[in-house]
Ligand binder design. Sequence first.
Ligand SMILES: Cc1cc2nc3c(=O)[nH]c(=O)nc-3n(C[C@H](O)[C@H](O)[C@H](O)COP(=O)(O)OP(=O)(O)OC[C@H]3O[C@@H](n4cnc5c(N)ncnc54)[C@H](O)[C@@H]3O)c2cc1C
Length: 591
Amino acid sequence: MQYQVPISDLRFLLFDLLGVDELQQLDKYAEATPDLIVTILEEMGKFAAEVIQPTNKIGDQQGCSYDPTTHAVTTPDGFREAYRQFAEAGWTALDAPVEFGGQGLPHVLKFIVDEIVCSSNLSLGMYPGLTHGAISAIYTHGSPELQQTYLQKLVSGEWTGTMCLTEPQCGTDLGLIRTRATPNDDGSYSIEGTKIWITGGEHDLVDNIVHLVLAKLPGAPNSTKGISLFAVPKVLPDSGERNPAFCGGLEHKMGIKGSSTCVMNFEGAQGWMIGEPNQGMRAMFTMMNEARLMVGMQGLGLAEMAFQESLGFARDRLQSRSLAGPQNPDGPADPIIVHPDVRRMLMRQKVLNEGMRALALFTGHQLDLSVALPDADGRQQADDLVQLLTPVVKAFLTDEGFNNANMGLQVLGGAGFTTDWPLEQLVRDGRIARIYEGTNGIQAMDLVGRKLGLGGGRLIAGLFGVLDEYLQDNPEAPHASELTDTVALLREATSWVASHGLEDPEQAGSAASAYLRLMALTVIAYLWSRMAYAAQARIASGEGDSAFLQAKLVSARYYYEKLLPETLWLARDINSGKESVMAFADEHWAA
Ligand SMILES: Cc1cc2nc3c(=O)[nH]c(=O)nc-3n(C[C@H](O)[C@H](O)[C@H](O)COP(=O)(O)OP(=O)(O)OC[C@H]3O[C@@H](n4cnc5c(N)ncnc54)[C@H](O)[C@@H]3O)c2cc1C
């Protein structure tokens, strides 16, 4: 089935919900007119359907291959050409800095492009995806020389970037890394060590790959406070010589088979420090925060594709008669879309996907405001929301993106389990997004352990400010009273986590995942109320696609009646504390 960009929903979210058309009044985004934004979405939709999606299945079937004699990695058929067209069409440069050849457009558009690319071929999207984070890290923390050397080529897509953190003995706990950086006389460093599971570490899409590598300087503290970040190119830009940064093999994976996942051996490779000594985690977080938001869009992209496939199937597949009597009397049976249980699965996918898209684009819009608003307070408030919601977007969109893809597979019955249909690939591809870029458990720990306490609780106070203001100003908004109750639940849970977590960090640790879900469901409830409100206004004005707007009202109702009640048991889960989680002694596990 050909992927269709959810263009009506995107237009509604950008213009009716978020008012993105107002961005053009800010100097930084003066070019971002509504016409340009819509053209970009339409063009991306066409490009994804015609160029990217056709590479998806073959990428899964062929995977990448490795030649141990040359250390070369070959990507599946069609990837090289599709990537070339992607870069040439300027998609790698969309929101990149103008001074290095980027188009400087709003980040929220990049969020949308990420979703569309991942609906079409997640594996292919990984190569430019990580490059984008490398651009940000070098742009924010790199010296002018590093910026001049690397940014233009990365922005144009002529080169790609990687993120080299993980080593055999450390994934989550990066304080344990062993890769070493020894200073050379010319100001560069010699990098020695082995990294594993490096996405895009080696491939044949471009001639040069810029690795961003975490390593320790001689005598550095043995923790995350002793880590520095280095740019280590595959080919040295000045001399054109091959740097000894070699792929030592490929991982054999459950999904995203077209994305090369490499062991990387740095054998005295020449690198240049990005930022200050021992401040590597700070610089790497610039890249990781971006990557976390992008990974959230991966979850959503796959879920959207799964929804489109399962909806098409449910309309065609004839099985059994409707409980309300035959709906297709001339056929042998009714289409399965008439059955309440199939509709439950379709509604859950549609309503949650649209809610997740609203959450992601709300966050993307705040990201734009955080860099473009004229007043420092406004920028800070927007940045606070982005920081708070980044782990929520990453974890919730990948958890529920995966669950929704799985539910799409269920709609197809046995067909979904076969390789004749794309659902099984979507499920396999989506599983990793809950793990990499910091597992979703670690995202929850970041939310309760770091983000809640930042600035003396300023970030979470900012979120409550947004929710309270909406409810105060709009008492007649759809579902306002249920939203008021849900916000109160989140407030109580926040106090519980803050007070019990201070006394005993294990209390916060055991509540973290439930708390993150509670926050996600609450913010999405706020956005569903706003979406329904905006739809009501459009209906009253007599403008717009009436079926689309009516569907928004029903979807909001479904969300509040069928999905939001999960918040009640999440609150109970949180309040019950850590005791039953932590009570087992060693002998209880196998008892
Ligand atoms: C396909 C693929 C691509 C990848 N791409 C890259 C890449 O480009 N660059 C890169 O550097 N890495 C990459 N990774 C590595 C990935 O980021 C790690 O797998 C991930 O961060 C988790 O680390 P780990 O696998 O070592 O798990 P571990 O750290 O061993 O964790 C195992 C489990 O314990 C939990 N856990 C660990 N510590 C804690 C804690 N303190 N509190 C609560 N729970 C905890 C985790 O949540 C997890 O469930 C990739 C991995 C894969 C599979």
